[in-house]
Design a binder for this molecule. Structure first.
Ligand SMILES: N[C@H](CCC[C@H](N)C(=O)O)C(=O)O
Length: 294
């Protein structure tokens, strides 16, 4: 066959693969198991999957082969816009559930480009993830210039200074009196792209309800408004404890559900506990990848 023709009609290697739609506290997660496959989706494939009718996702968790024998999988995490994130708390619980159902394991280790994660099953549909230690140095967030990360003045939209935390991905949290006083869909994209954030940032509005309870709404880097964001909940728990607004154990209520955060004193690690839901599985067809990539 003519080479150019065969290339033009060559099928995307994702066609025929199964994806598993799940959610973690409402955060829409697609799990794509490519262990043993030896390839990753391209950014344009990730975008095509994000806009596929009835499929869609906030994050796609792609499983690849782990480097260490004790690890179940390496996770490559895509946002809707095809960009990568080194961490995703809700997606990690979903991946843990997918693997736990296959193997019966109640404890497992997973890896991302940001490090290693330990997960424990807490119930039929509940998992605790050790998300590791937060990073609070301005260079690690990263910020564009030296600043006190507990108090970053972005001087915008009538918001107070932000608290910035990295959980492997960058977060800016604004503690406000009432979340409803701000239009996060309007200000989120502008703050995400603020020059202070050379790698952009996830933007959260947090409202203290009690010393152990915080409401949270998140504009996610590369995705937009979501019903929940696990790493944002972790970062908010850290920021609240750091500022004396909360203790080290706090419930974070997001539009899609609640997450329990415990910033351990002993080793500085953040534990996140929360639910997963399985929605459906589907085999990918060629039509998903045939549209324009704008
Ligand atoms: N929803 C995810 C976080 C996605 C973060 C991503 N938007 C980025 O940092 O680029 C979570 O549950 O932690």
């Amino acid at each position: 066959m003519d080479d150019r023709r065969s290339n033009a009609f060559a099928e995307n290697p994702l066609v025929g693969r199964a994806v598993h739609k799940m959610n973690g506290a409402g955060n829409a997660i697609l799990v794509l198991d490519l262990r043993g496959a030896g390839f990753l989706p391209r950014p344009e494939d990730a975008r095509a999957l994000a806009r596929a009718p009835g499929l869609g996702y906030d994050q796609m968790m792609v499983l690849g082969d782990a480097a260490d024998a004790g690890e179940a999988a390496f996770m490559t995490i895509f946002n809707q816009d095809g960009s990568l994130s080194a961490a995703c708390g809700n997606g990690t619980r979903c991946v843990a559930h997918y693997l736990a159902e296959q193997t019966g394991a109640t404890e497992l280790r997973l890896a991302t480009s940001a490090g290693k994660l330990f997960v424990r099953r807490e119930g039929p549909l509940a998992y605790m993830v050790d998300m590791g230690a937060p990073r609070l140095d301005w260079r690690d967030i990263p910020l564009a210039r030296e600043a006190d990360t507990a108090c970053v003045d972005l001087a915008a939209f009538g918001l107070p200074p932000a608290s910035c935390v990295s959980m492997g991905n960058p977060h800016a949290i604004f503690f406000v009196e009432r979340i409803e006083d701000f239009d996060l869909a309007a200000i989120g994209p502008r703050l995400e792209h603020d020059p202070m954030f050379p790698q952009r940032a996830n933007i959260s509005l947090a409202q203290s309800l009690a010393p152990d309870h915080i409401r949270l709404q998140v504009w996610e880097r590369g995705t937009g408004l979501t019903l929940a964001c696990g790493t944002a909940a972790c970062a908010t728990g850290v920021a609240a404890a750091r500022a004396g607004r909360a203790g080290r154990r706090v419930k974070i209520s997001l539009p899609g559900g609640d997450l329990l955060i415990h910033w351990r004193e002993a080793d500085d690690h953040v534990e996140m506990t929360g639910p997963v839901q399985v929605e459906f599985s589907q085999t990918l067809d060629a039509a998903i990848f045939s549209g324009r990539d704008d």
